[in-house]
Write a protein that binds this ligand. Structure first.
Ligand code: 4AD
Ligand code: MG
Length: 430
């Protein structure tokens, strides 16, 4: 008998097939037995009917517990009443292992309990739906950049220098030297952009952030495009096109998952360009009007991002930040030297920053001055400064955080559910 996956069963109507998976649930009523089997790609109902009180498969059926691993064989029938529109008339059940006392039962569990059992929690319907959307999100991002001629450049994880400030670095040993886990592939991407014109990297990044918020992970994934000759405005436009593209793809491909998550898709359907743009100055005014105590010169905290996120029903790009609160590599605003040509895109519906980026310094002298001001070790950045010696051009790029974007798309409260195994402040199990 042919082994098939549940997501493909529509092609096997009235055919005999084998499904390999785990018992999701079961029930009996009189002479009928129903089970739900999940195989990772979907959930299918299996049925056993008997004209008698007994059926040779009933004892086997009765022995099955939640998450027992099984192989079932039988004929696929179309049935409008069954979840998914198809069911399997079971002719045979093979039990691989009976699972005893599976800890996650259909009742409510506390979040700490579920987090301790993350390795099992992944099997739950909602968690499965979120991570299913994650795979589509990543695929859509790759398709977006590949379709526009960007070259994928993998940047290193072990690095000798900081990109996003020295306070959140994870230090490790590199033989007889110190090394740090990458906070961003950007600096290396600036080199590959000068070699390939337009590039992106996509990988895990690490920040030893002492922030315990719903938006911070210690290890998160980021996609970072970098484009030679591009300005701040070009980077904003690219970011907006990317966001529109990925939202459209998920609305199209993940209807079922969005339904499982009970996501109201209306706000997502409205996401079309043009998006609003405001300067940092205007943003500070808006959030203080809404009650924030922040002052000009402060960075936005989570509460300010939430406020901004609620003012607009589209993602909003904030630009022209005070240089003091941004990274050393940001190009100064030619009109106001205390500002830089940086941009953050704040998602709608209260989700905060999903994109950070902007235009990079391309003048050698200015870069050297900034490296000094930020007290960064000159030698470690010598190669980076080289890029400003040999055919330097204006260039821009950004980073989009996968987990923050996914939390927004799925409209889930906490970022910890958007990655299979979240690394959180002081938490590294499982
Ligand atoms: O704004 P950030 O720090 O920008 C950079 O790292 C730039 N070097 C990117 C670039 O220009 N190539 O981070 C970019 C994005 C944020 O907007 C957010 O979505 C995500 O990365 N991010 C985090 N996501 C989860 N947990 C954290 N601790 C995050 N820190 C940043
Ligand atoms: Mg940022």
């Amino acid at each position: 008998m042919k082994w098939v996956y549940i997501e493909d069963i529509a092609d096997f109507k009235d055919k005999e097939v084998e499904i390999r998976g785990w018992l999701y649930n079961k029930r009996s009523s009189g002479k009928a037995r129903f089970l739900l089997i999940r195989d990772g790609t979907g959930i299918l109902q299996g049925t056993i009917f008997s004209t008698e009180k007994d059926h040779p498969l009933f004892p086997k059926f009765d022995s099955l517990t939640q998450e027992s691993s099984i192989v079932i064989r039988g004929r696929i029938k179309e049935d409008k009443r069954a979840p998914g529109g198809f069911e399997l008339e079971i002719e045979d059940i093979e039990v691989i292992q009976v699972a005893k006392d599976y800890p996650i039962t259909p009742k409510e569990h506390s979040t700490p309990f579920l987090m301790e059992h993350r390795h099992l929690w992944l099997r739950s319907r909602k968690q499965h739906a979120i991570l299913q959307i994650r795979t589509e999100l990543i695929k859509s991002i790759r398709d977006f950049f590949d379709g526009r001629g960007f070259r994928l450049m993998d940047t290193p994880i072990l690095t000798p220098s900081a990109c996003e400030g020295t306070t959140t670095l994870f230090e490790t040993e590199y033989f007889d030297q110190k090394a740090y886990l990458s906070q961003s592939g950007q600096l290396y991407n600036e080199a590959t952009a000068m070699a390939f014109g337009k590039v992106y990297c996509f990988g895990p990044t690490f920040r030893a952030e002492k922030s315990k918020t719903r938006r911070h992970l210690i290890e998160f994934w980021m996609v970072e495009p970098e484009v030679a000759f591009a300005t701040l405005e070009d980077a904003i436009e690219l970011g907006e096109d990317l966001v529109v593209y990925i939202i459209q793809r998920i609305l199209e491909k993940n209807k079922n998952e969005l339904e499982v998550l009970e996501r109201d898709t209306q706000p997502l359907e409205k996401i079309k360009r043009p998006f609003p743009h405001i300067t940092y100055d205007e943003a500070v005014k808006k959030v203080t009007e809404k009650g924030s105590k922040m002052e000009w010169g402060d960075d936005f905290g989570s509460p300010e991002e939430t406020l901004l996120s609620e003012i607009f029903d589209l993602p909003v790009s904030v630009t022209h930040f005070p240089a003091k609160i941004k990274a050393f590599y940001m190009q100064p605003d030619p009109k106001r030297s205390d500002l830089v040509l940086g941009m953050d895109m704040i998602a709608s519906e209260g989700y905060g920053e999903i994109i950070g980026g902007g235009q990079r310094i391309h003048d050698l002298k200015l870069l050297e001055q900034k490296i000094k001001e930020h007290k960064l070790p000159r030698e470690a950045y010598a190669w980076y400064a080289d890029l400003r010696k040999y055919g330097s051009v204006p260039h821009s790029g950004f980073g989009l955080g996968i987990e923050r974007t996914l939390a927004w798309i799925c409209k889930i409260k906490h970022i910890r559910e958007t990655i299979p195994f979240p690394r959180l402040l002081y938490k590294i199990y499982p």
